[in-house]
Design a protein around this ligand. Structure first.
Ligand code: DGT
Ligand code: CA
Ligand code: CA
Length: 510
């Protein structure tokens, strides 16, 4: 289903990008006019298209626009817009969300200075160059600088693993303050999402104002954004935003539930409550305006007739249905891991110290104190094997073709898929088909635990649901990296992995 507003947004975004590109103003205007017509129309355009109505009968809609609107309605996408997005530097597109900057001004800036990123724009705004352009006064420059700052804050996401030490340090810092009873980090951090936008910390304390004063004195605080009666927000030296909220003991469970999210999960829970004539908010669960739960999270779930759900599952990806039909997964735990099938050869002794019963390394080694498997890694595009091995890992890189992946599945024992979270690079392949083939050929999915290369939990869930087993590996090259395995476990939990799905929870992986 697509609304008139959505169709109009795609057309007007196309107009903006065409204008930045310097396209013919008449063409740009035609897109804008069509967007306006559709947005203000009382007729449902999806319906019009489906009924075969001739759109060119409408004022300002010619053959081209008519074809485009049909494409948007039938596919939900607009290929011309997608192409423009690829063609125009992302930084310029981002600038469209800065108040005071429209496509005309962005083009002006681009033509004058060749600026393509927010950082460059900031430089030219600060060094006085931007003032020289016609129409760029000091008020506008201030507006632009403010917009850049907001945009950058909104856009930054941190790898969960990169904030972990700091988050735990802050937890400890707050916990030791006199009168503080509970400190909990809620939000995406508690759900162990691969990246977090900010940290949402809840405190139960005798005197919140005192805690807040102490909080903003945390040594790594760079900027105090606000400090109120029940909520304070600061930015740390690495630009990470921290929200601190005061919560009462009586509603701690409801607050923890609310601020753990996800938002989508919360919305579903609230719907269920409404169906039972109840109300859920961050203070508690209410029936006929009487509070019936709120002290603990377990209580909150129970009051609305649901089971407790682990934070990693709270993404509205079927967890509520699973609870209702008693099929919630019993998630794998870090303590269940019995070995690591991808580590550096010189880490075998460290692996023994962790209590592992087996490891995988890239050399043939015989030891009495631990089972050592020899792994061989091959790019699926170059499936040449001229060494012996105990098991074979196929690496699926960005340039891997579906054909090569499917061929490799006949030979390998594991597949590892490329991903770079921070660079926003993902493989664009048909995972459904690949997982089905993997199941058929008994090929397992390697969940590499490097925080920036974690495979998405959605794919883990999909693989598992098709019966594919996973092997959670650290890929460690150093002693410290052996601990990465917990990130792989976190991600697997978010992908609903139970012990039965994980190869390396058994004493014997093969
Ligand atoms: P993040 O920070 O982008 O990684 O993601 P979250 O999930 O930590 O989101 P955040 O920090 O905006 O808010 C924390 C939690 O508060 C969120 O998971 C659910 C709850 N929350 C925030 N805004 C809303 C809202 O408008 N409605 C509902 N139901 N819950 C909300
Ligand atoms: Ca958050
Ligand atoms: Ca937040």
């Amino acid at each position: 289903m697509i609304t008139n507003k959505e169709i109009a947004d795609m057309l007007s975004q196309t107009a903006n990008l065409l204008e930045i590109k310097g396209e013919n103003p008449f063409k740009v205007r035609a897109y804008r006019n069509a967007a306006k017509l559709i947005e203000n129309s009382s007729k449902d355009f999806e319906k019009l298209v489906k009924e075969g109505f001739d759109l060119t009968k409408l004022p300002g809609i010619g053959n081209d626009l008519s074809t485009y609107i049909k494409e948007i309605v039938t596919t939900g996408k607009f290929s011309k817009l997608e192409e423009l997005k690829k063609e125009i530097p992302e930084g310029l597109i981002d600038m469209l969300s800065i108040e005071g900057l429209g496509p005309k001004r962005i083009k002006q800036i681009y033509d004058a200075f060749g600026v393509t990123s927010l950082d460059e724009l900031k430089k030219y705004a600060e060094n006085g160059e931007l003032d020289k352009l016609p129409g760029f006064g000091p008020t506008l420059i201030q507006k632009i600088l403010k917009g850049i700052k907001q945009l950058k804050k909104a856009g930054i996401r941190f790898l969960w693993a990169d904030v972990e030490d700091m988050a735990e340090d802050l937890r400890e810092y707050l916990s030791k303050f006199p009168g503080v009873e509970i400190v909990e980090i809620a939000g995406s951090y508690r759900r162990r999402k691969e990246t977090v936008g900010d940290l949402d910390i809840l405190v139960v304390a005798e005197d919140y104002m005192k805690v807040s004063e102490y909080f903003v004195k945390y040594p790594r605080v760079k900027e105090i954004h606000s400090a109120g009666l029940t909520r304070s927000t600061v930015f740390l030296d690495n630009d990470l935003q921290i929200d601190l909220r005061a919560v009462s003991r009586e509603s701690y469970g409801a607050a923890l539930h609310y601020f753990t999210g996800s938002k989508a999960h919360n919305i579903e829970i609230r719907k269920i409550a409404i169906d039972k004539d109840m109300k859920v908010n961050e203070y508690g669960v209410y029936k006929n305006d009487k509070k019936i739960a709120g002290k603990t999270e377990e209580e909150v779930y129970e009051a609305v007739g649901l089971c407790y759900m682990e934070p990693e599952l709270r993404e509205n990806r079927g967890e509520i249905e699973a609870c209702l039909n008693h099929s919630l997964p019993n998630l794998v735990n870090l303590e269940d891991i019995k070995g690591d099938l991808n580590i550096s050869v010189d880490l075998i002794d460290e692996a023994i110290k962790l209590g592992y019963k087996y490891v995988g390394v890239n050399a043939k080694i015989k030891r009495d104190d631990i089972k050592v498997y020899k792994i061989l890694e091959v790019d699926v595009n170059k499936l040449e094997i001229n060494e012996d091995y105990d098991f074979l890992v196929g690496i699926v890189n960005e340039n891997a073709t579906s054909e090569n992946i499917l061929k490799a599945i006949k030979k390998v024992d594991f597949l590892r898929f490329f991903r770079d979270i921070q660079a926003k690079k993902e493989l664009n392949i048909d995972f459904e088909t690949i997982f089905e083939e993997m199941k058929k050929e008994n090929v397992a999915l390697e969940v590499i635990s490097k925080p920036n290369n974690l495979i998405s939990e959605v794919l883990i869930k999909s693989a598992i649901s098709k019966g594919v087993k996973i092997s959670i590996v650290s890929g460690a090259k150093t002693k410290k990296e052996l601990n990465f395995i917990k990130y792989g476990v976190n991600q697997s939990r978010r992908g609903w992995a139970e012990n039965k799905d994980v190869i390396n929870v058994s004493d014997n992986p093969f």
